[in-house]
Structure formats: C-alpha cells, structure tokens
Design a protein around this ligand. Structure first.
Ligand SMILES: [Zn+2]
Length: 352
C-alpha cells in the first residue's frame, strides 16, 4: 500500500458552467478517481468566466462538489484577445489568476497593458502560448507529411513565450507558462529563472510520456494543443522537471464528447482527459520517483496557488495499491490516450 496526499491540478477544463452537456459531477468523479482534491479551473467553459455573473454561476456548481475548485478569470472578453476583462472586480471576488487558455493573448499592445495592470494588482498571468490561435490554429507537430494537416512549428509556442518573458522583465508580472512542449521553451524558462524573473511553468503527463515518432494520425484521440513533439523535446521536458526549470505536472484535462474525437485527425477536437490517468501512468512509467511526483503534483502546485493568493487546505491522504492491469477511465468522457495501457497502481480509498 502507498499513502499519498491528494494531488493539485493546475490545469483542468471543467467545461461547466455550460448548457448541461458536461455534468459537474463528472469532473468531481474524475478528480477523485485520480486522487485529486484541488483543481484550477480554466475559464474557457461553455459559459466563459469573463464577468462576475458567470463566475458566480460556476461557483454555485463548484460548491456542490466534494473537491475544491479554484477559479481563473479570462484575460480578455470571450477569450477573443480584443478587450481586457475587469481584473479588479475578479480580484475583489477572490480570483487572482487570469488566462485565455485554449488561446493566447497575442496582440502586443493589449498584452503589454494586461501585464502592466496585473502587476500593479499583484495578480498572475497563466499563458497558453500559441501564436496563430486566433488566425490559423495548426493540427500536428513536425515532421508532418500529410498535406491536409497544418504543421504546428515549435516557434508557435516560443515566440509568445519570448515576448511574455520580456514583458515580465519589464513589469515584474507573476507569470506561469502553461503546458510547455519543446526544448526551446525549457531553455527560455531556464534563462528567465536564472535572471530571477517571477516565472513558473508546467508540463502535462502526455508530453513527458509520449513522443511523436509513431503518432497515429488516423486517430483523432491524439490531437491536442500543444502537440506531442520529438523524443528530444520529451527528454528536455523531463530534464526541465528534474532541474527545477519546470515546476509542475498539470493534466490539461479536457473532456470531449466521443463523436468529436472518433473522427479524422483534421476534424477532431483538440485535447485529452488526464485527471484519472496522470498518477497511474507517471508512477507506472518509472521516469520519476514517488518523491518527485509529489513535488510536481502536490508541493509545487500548492506553492504556486498559495503565492497567487488562493487558500489550499491541508490535504487528505489517498491509499493506492500495486496492481498489474489495464488502465480504464471511469468518468463519462474517456478521450484518454492511455486507455488500456498497463498500470502498476490503482487507488483503493481516501482518508480525510
Ligand atoms: Zn491550453
């Protein structure tokens, strides 16, 4: 038996508040199955969290769950990258992190305004770095020999990150790079940390467990942003964790209805679920020790949330036991790339 504190996910797409397509109870179920008790909810729900009325709609649903849902406000209205939201109002309502996750804040002038303003308010930006998110979002990382698919070059991510690092240097804004996927970004963050900039970053389990060498492009399940990249990138992300350049492992849990994933790669929705598979797959892979997993999935996420201003309660303990079986997602949306993989550990119960 292994006793592990509950994990804290810095990157969950709850999908709700919505039009009843995604039950809140399903996120709760997935989180509890995966050993999580605290999740940071991205604002790109079907009803976007870009005003207080929508925030309250979300919280009414959050409060009925047996997990702690911490809320992020949108950086711009309707995530369109054109008009900033009223950050002050959100901060007065206990929201201290802002992100357009799913999209980037691309407009340089507006980004400068946001970084300056959020710094003066002592709030944080969590950025999904993708330069063509508002124009022509891509499909797959290089090498790509399928002419129908748009290649997502590494520069898509590093261009936005580089601009942001310059803004952090100028304004001192607390900044977190979401789901980084490339060696270049690891190098940029390393340098920024050496310059003592207030920057943290995260990587997903799928980016450190998979490379794109045999990626099945007939299977829409493997479509996600950022895309899974080369073996060199994968190894640099693991190095990034071990050298404290990357602070956290976050799931980017993104439920999608089956009919949007079991289609051709070009038409498939982007994203995979991850709350239930994160710990079993990481533990089973053996690439990180249990102590390292705890640092990246509990200690550092708690520190990042606490420093931003959120209260993270003392954790509960989950009990896991060794096993040798196929991993299966139990919640409603099972768009996981780890379905039917071998797992060496399963959750038995939790003690409060
Ligand atoms: Zn994202």
């Amino acid at each position: 038996m292994i006793k592990v504190e509950s994990f804290i996910d810095l990157h969950t797409h709850t999908r709700y508040p919505d039009n009843n397509n995604f039950p809140a109870a399903d996120i709760e179920f997935a989180a509890i199955n995966g050993g999580y008790r605290d999740i940071l909810a991205m604002p790109n729900s079907e009803i976007v969290i870009d005003n207080i009325e929508n925030l309250n709609k979300a919280r009414t649903m959050d409060n009925k769950l047996n997990i702690n849902v911490h809320r992020v406000g949108a950086l711009t209205k309707n995530l369109e990258g054109k008009e900033l939201v009223n950050y002050k109002e959100f901060i007065e309502n206990g929201v201290f992190i802002f992100s357009d996750d799913g999209k980037s804040l691309i407009d340089n002038n507006l980004a400068e305004e946001a970084f300056k303003l959020l710094s003066s308010l002592n709030a944080a930006i969590f950025q999904h770095c993708e330069s063509s998110c508002h124009s022509e979002p891509g499909d797959i990382a290089a090498p790509n020999d399928d002419e129908t698919l748009i290649t997502i070059d590494e520069a898509e991510e590093s261009e936005v990150l580089l601009r942001d690092i310059e803004l952090v240097a100028k304004y001192g804004t607390r900044y977190h790079a979401q789901h980084i996927s490339s060696k270049k970004c690891v190098d940029l963050i390393k340098e920024a940390k050496e310059n003592n900039l207030p920057i943290t970053s995260e990587v997903t389990p799928h980016h450190i467990l998979e490379n794109n060498e045999n990626l099945d492009t007939t299977n829409g399940l493997f479509k996600m942003y950022p895309p899974i990249r080369t073996e060199e990138d994968r190894l640099s992300l693991i190095d990034g964790l071990l050298s404290n350049v990357i602070d956290a492992i976050a799931t980017d849990h993104a439920p999608h209805p089956e009919n949007t994933k079991t289609v051709d790669f070009k038409s498939a929705a982007r994203g995979v679920v991850g709350l239930e598979s994160a710990f079993p797959m990481l533990y089973s892979s053996g690439i990180l020790s249990l102590e390292e997993i705890k640092r990246f999935m509990i200690e550092n996420p708690r520190k990042i949330l606490s420093e931003a201003g959120y209260e993270v309660e003392k954790s509960q303990i989950n009990i896991w036991q060794p096993c040798n079986k196929e991993f299966t997602t139990k919640s409603k949306f099972n768009n996981s790339i780890f379905e039917k993989r071998n797992t060496k550990i399963e959750k038995v119960s939790q003690n409060v």
